[in-house]
Design a protein around this ligand. Structure first.
Ligand code: OGA
Ligand code: MN
Length: 200
């Protein structure tokens, strides 16, 4: 498990964190293998846009396949959820965001897949507060595409290659982002911390 101190400090200072080689490679590789096993078991489903009744599949907007991480889980993915729990406690202690729990899916982008510009906070549900993404792709080349592009307040963009062990986190309501079309299989664990419902 990494030391989350730099991530928490960056979220505090600027609202987002990009950590290359942040996660121990051996742990990330074990997670990648566990996800491959889920893929072989046909556990991935086309992703949808929106929630509940408004749920629709729009391959023009996003064309990845997802698998929610629900128990029982293989050990490396169980371990990832444990690490995200440590991050949650650290963030709550330092930033008082009141994060309650995290929901995580593995996302698989086949060649050609992408995800248009969007915010992770749904229009009809403002509970998603902090996004956390871990990339699981060894030997990623620049020509493989699949960049995460995050729009920054100064009008520039942060561009992130989805390399094994890169960890990205940002305030879900504040950063518009997109996934550029990928040229090869692209795997990530994407999670959202939800905050406790606020009393009226
Ligand atoms: C998402 C998302 C980014 C990525 O699933 O909401 O923005 O780089 N993913 O996979
Ligand atoms: Mn997103």
């Amino acid at each position: 498990m990494p030391d989350f101190t730099p991530a928490v400090a960056a979220i505090h200072q600027k609202g987002y964190f990009i950590g290359e080689q942040f996660w121990p490679a051996s742990e990330a590789l074990a997670m990648a293998e566990a996800c491959q096993a889920l893929k072989l078991q046909s556990r991935f489903r086309p992703a949808c846009i929106g929630r509940a009744q408004s749920k629709q599949r729009h391959t023009a907007i996003r064309s990845d396949l997802i698998c929610w991480l629900d128990e029982p889980l293989p050990a490396p993915l169980r371990h990832y959820l444990d690490a995200l729990e440590t991050y949650r406690q650290h963030v709550n202690r330092e930033l008082l965001l009141g994060l309650d729990h995290v929901e995580v899916h593995a996302a698989y982008y086949p060649p050609g897949a992408h995800y248009d510009k969007h915010l992770d906070r749904h229009r009809d549900d403002d509970a998603r507060t902090l996004t956390a993404i871990l990339y699981l792709n060894p030997d990623w080349q620049h020509s493989d595409g699949g960049l995460l592009e995050i729009d920054l307040p100064d009008g520039s963009q942060a561009r992130v290659e989805p390399r094994l062990g890169t960890f990205v986190s940002f305030l879900s309501a504040e950063f518009v982002h997109a996934v550029q079309p990928t040229q090869r299989d692209r795997l990530a664990l994407t999670g959202w911390y939800r905050r406790r419902g606020r009393p009226f």
